[in-house]
Design a protein around this ligand. Sequence first.
Ligand SMILES: [Fe+2]
Length: 473
Amino acid sequence: MPQFTKGVVGRWDTPFGFPTLKHSLGCGLRGRPSPRDPHPKNFGKVYFVEPAYLFQSTLAPNDLQRLFREVRTTSERLAEPLSDADATVQSMQDASPSKWHLAHTTWFFEAMVLKPHLPDYSDFDDGFSFLFNSYYETLGARQPRPRRGMITRPSLNEIFAYRTYVDAAIDTLLSSQPPRDVTELVELGCHHEQQHQELLLTDILHLFAQNPLHPGYRDPALVAVETEPAPPLSFSAFAGGIYEVGHGGPGFAFDSEGPRHRALVEPFRLADRLVTNAEWIAFIEDGGYRNSLLWLSEGWAKTLADGWTQPLYWERRDGEYWTMTLRGSQPLDPTAPVCHVSFFEADAFATWAGARLPTEAEWEIASDGLSLDGNLLDTDRLRPKPAAARANGLQQMFGDVWEWTRSPFTPYPRFRAVEGAVGEYNGKFMSGQFVLRGGSCVTPPGHIRASYRNFFPAHTRWQFSGLRLAQDA
Ligand SMILES: [Fe+2]
């Protein structure tokens, strides 16, 4: 039985601001008076709400079908340059083979949508749940993560057949006008797959970087570096006060982006652009990686243990810096945003620069009203782009590189994970990780929002992660 929260209409100590979607594996919506906008006749009435919401969809049935097909096609297009061998090898424990990403996103639709909601659906292969379940304890045993690269069979072609089988079943389901709790699961599956599209590219970059020939995932010809210098670093000022942050709907968001809530923020300044490679070289040349006073203790231990002297993928050739990219090894562009640095490195750089990392609330407040346009996956650049030389106000807030914040990934006030398997999506990872904001050059368009909270452990460097400086005002 789900746990329901008891409350009284008209009080503000209610957990949720809008109708909640009780998740799939069991229950539907329950009628009740709305606690946030109560009708006077309901004042004082006792109500019960489900333990959490997923989101409040705004997609029409045709739009959902279009989104599903577009997302599924995009994943297969991203896999086109890969051989079966490219798609099978696992370069490290944190990364997954492309073949696994393609199959796991398909398993998600099968396990979360088709098996519980499409009558008479039968698994494509009974063994695939063990192979392609990621971390859902409630959905059974699974292949250990560090051993995903051992799955040489099924072949890549068999995974494509699996995808076709599941796509047809989802089409059948969507054509039957399923209830809203089912269509919202399909929509969640699309956003889940978009997350894995970015991971597929970050993991392929890490894999190809291990190859001494540094092959390009796509179009490996040398790319000219930008000739225009980066604009001087400037800061925008923001007033202190009580702000509302977090997703408040309608529209898709992951559960960890809400509930919307109040945050007290002191006056602050936020840099108008991202930190550049040239600025990172100045940090290196000033002994940044050798000065323990700049580093958090855990980060300093990590630099010593792993021998960090520069961002991941950088190398020196004849006195010049080069970096591995999805277009192969390329000369480092000094004006482009620095990329592939850990939280520990970003924090040390900010200390060296007389600044700090922003909090996630500060970042979200600053992004209010800004366009979500940026250097995302659809530009096909596949690497961060320098800031415009002349611009007013904040640049590069969306796209280019995920921006480390100093905020730990913890639940927002009144957050509760939903019942069932989907409740394992985010909530159980709310310890020991830091929040990154804004998306990257390999984030699919339509997947990023001002409230989006990405999260990774502080030492990780293989994501497209960089930083923007902040200061107290
Ligand atoms: Fe996943």
